[in-house]
Design a protein around this ligand. Structure first.
Ligand code: G6P
Length: 600
């Protein structure tokens, strides 16, 4: 999610590091920093950090002397986007510098132990613990110290470390990518090939569990047992623009494919404990009100079903711009504000209004330190990473994850969810990355079907119960990306009006997973096909009934009904994406809409 670069060579490190770092700026970061080691050992470690874009760092940093260094642009996940929390992070001796991508899930425990041992911390980040761990282990060999420190951390990460007195960079990864770039008399390391393409196209990818030592003349990689690994470099043929999108033609597709990782990161450290810390100590809520706009509003509508099922608390959902005109509820609800950007003016206004009404508030946001986080009592961050495509995809799916976590928390608090039921829910949450990956593996099949229907002028989406809001979100995606008039309906409502519009030119997409509404869905689908509309169904694998009712079926792996929205929406994201591709639409920047809306 953040950007890492490192350089070991013969040229001045500072301008090269900065140049590489700027290649990662398309992700939109919140703070940046750089550390350079003076090879003559006169100055040692020089470190500078700044809040804001890389340009701020560039304009404020002093000139640094040295041919070895690391730099980082941060997308905050733990600790606000401040100068103190920016990377590199150092230790007590101020000789080490560490940059980190990912999440150290056990950092609280590690930090506590380090503080007891006398370490002083200067940031709120999880990353800083790694600098102190390496410091405690450093007896001369930096690779050994990093390897020892790694034994104490859990989670996902890419670490890159430099230390005054060592003419090398040491790097390690678990699940977060790192790539070494090979030059002549100089070598590089980065989180993304994009950062390095100007300097080299010969790359060695570090694999999970490996530790690498990079100096100007050599690169060594070690496996978990400490044995040396031989790996041939690969030639990358991407253009810079391709590389920014990770080889995908659009950010939207890249972000759809990032969802298994985004879900994994959003769950990390939040489902491991048997008795988790409640979001609100000693509070119990007789009802919940969810307030949001756009795609986040549809996440809220799904959230209503999740909370009512898992926590048995009546939940209402309202569009942010309408909330302030609603009557004050006597029941003092918990108000949940969902906003990926954290900056949507209407949702911020709603948060202020909720506080004025004396309600407890929770924000679900993707941007750490964004405006909403200052307006609410408690924040649950989604950890989707930066989303560049205007259409929300991975932020929507991680909002759903946050809502499952919130519902479980409320259910445990009011005892409507037993510990055993929670365990089984956690099992389903853990399966999400796999369930989503299954859908992604069907992208080719979904593309072929989308091509078949791409010339439609209207498209209807129907679902029942928890998949009704997913039908709405599917329709929204189709509208905004593919410019097809799309509308979502509760399947039972078709006969109360919309059927008048159904014809052979208006395909209907039906979400027909096997839940308590399945039989009724089959009935509604018959109503549609009787009127000559092409019908596409999303159902469970192995359902032999569905093909009898519809023209085409897209199957997903069976999951418990309350968890179906996640795999189903991924089908509909791909559906909208491939419709738009077939129609030649400007997918990442649809006309007339913006990613963040700061006007009311
Ligand atoms: C804009 C975006 C939508 C988003 C909505 C709410 O309209 O184009 O994708 O769903 O704002 O944004 P928020 O940041 O509050 O989730």
């Amino acid at each position: 999610m953040c950007g890492i670069v490192g350089y070991a060579g013969r040229r001045d490190a500072q301008p090269i590091l900065l140049d590489c770092l700027k290649r990662l700026e398309y992700r939109g970061y919140d703070s940046a920093g750089i550390a350079v080691i003076d090879e003559n050992r006169e100055i040692g470690l020089q470190l500078f950090k700044a809040k804001g874009e890389i340009a701020v760092l560039e304009s404020q940093m002093p000139q640094m002397k040295g041919v070895l260094g690391i730099a980082h642009t941060r997308w905050a996940t733990q600790g606000k986007p401040t100068t103190e929390n920016a990377h590199p992070l150092s230790d007590c001796t101020a000789k080490l510098a560490v940059v980190h991508n990912g999440i150290i899930s056990n950092f609280m425990d590690v930090r506590e132990a380090l503080v007891k041992a006398g370490h002083k911390f200067t940031s709120e980040t999880d990353s800083e613990v790694f600098a102190h761990l390496v410091e405690s282990e450093l007896k001369g060999d930096l690779v050994k110290a990093v390897t020892k420190a790694l034994e104490k951390v859990e989670g996902t990460f890419a670490f890159v470390v430099v230390s005054a007195g060592h003419d090398e960079i040491v790097a390690a990864r678990r699940e977060s990518p790192l790539v070494i770039g090979l030059g002549e008399g100089e070598n590089f390391i980065a989180s993304d090939v994009t950062a390095l393409l100007k300097y080299t196209n010969r790359m060695i990818y570090i694999q999970d569990g490996e530790v690498a030592r990079i100096s100007k003349d050599s690169v060594s990689i070690f496996d978990q047992k400490g044995d040396k690994v031989e790996r041939e470099p690969q030639k990358v043929t991407w253009s810079l623009e391709d590389a920014e999108k990770g080889g995908y033609p659009h950010f939207m597709l890249k972000e759809i494919f990032e969802q298994p990782d985004a879900i994994h990161d959003s769950l990390l450290g939040r489902i491991e404990t048997v008795e988790p810390e409640p979001f609100f100590h000693g509070s119990s809520f007789s009802n919940v009100k969810i307030v949001a706009c756009g795609t986040s509003y549809y996440a809220g509508l799904v959230g209503k079903y999740i909370i009512e099922e898992l926590a048995k608390i009546p939940t209402t959902v309202q569009i942010s711009s309408e909330y302030r005109y609603s009557p004050v509820s006597k029941e003092n609800p918990l108000v949940v504000l969902i906003t990926q950007s954290g900056e949507t003016a209407d949702t911020l206004g709603a948060a202020r209004e909720a506080r004025k009404r004396g309600n407890k508030t929770i924000g679900i946001a993707n941007v750490v330190g964004s405006a909403i986080t200052r307006e609410v009592d408690h924040v649950v961050y989604t950890r989707a990473g930066p989303e560049i495509g205007v259409a929300a995809t991975k932020t929507f799916v991680t909002q759903l994850v946050a809502l499952y976590l919130l519902a479980m928390d409320l259910g445990m608090q009011n005892k409507s969810l037993t510990a055993q039921a929670r365990r089984s829910m956690i099992g389903s949450l853990r399966n999400f990355p796999r369930d989503v990956q299954d859908v992604l593996n069907k992208a080719g099949e979904i593309e072929s079907l989308a091509k078949k229907y791409a010339q439609a002028r209207d498209m209807f989406f129907i679902g029942r119960s928890i998949n009704f809001p997913i039908a709405l979100e599917g329709a929204l995606k189709t509208k905004e990306i593919a410019y097809i008039h799309g509308e979502g309906f509760p399947a039972g409502e078709l006969k109360h009006g919309p059927l008048a519009l159904v014809s052979k030119d208006s395909p209907v997409v039906a979400i027909a997973v096997k839940d308590h509404t399945y039989e009724k869905m089959l009935g509604n689908m018959s109503e549609v096909s009787a009127r000559g509309s092409p019908l596409i169904a999303i159902g469970f694998e192995g359902d032999t009934e569905l093909p009898k009712y519809v023209d085409d079926v897209i199957s997903i792996r069976e999951v418990p009904p309350v968890f179906t929205p996640v795999p189903v929406i991924v089908v509909l994201q791909l559906w909208a994406y491939y419709l738009a591709k077939a129609r030649g639409c400007p997918i990442d920047k649809p006309r007339n809409i913006a990613k963040t809306v700061t006007v009311e």
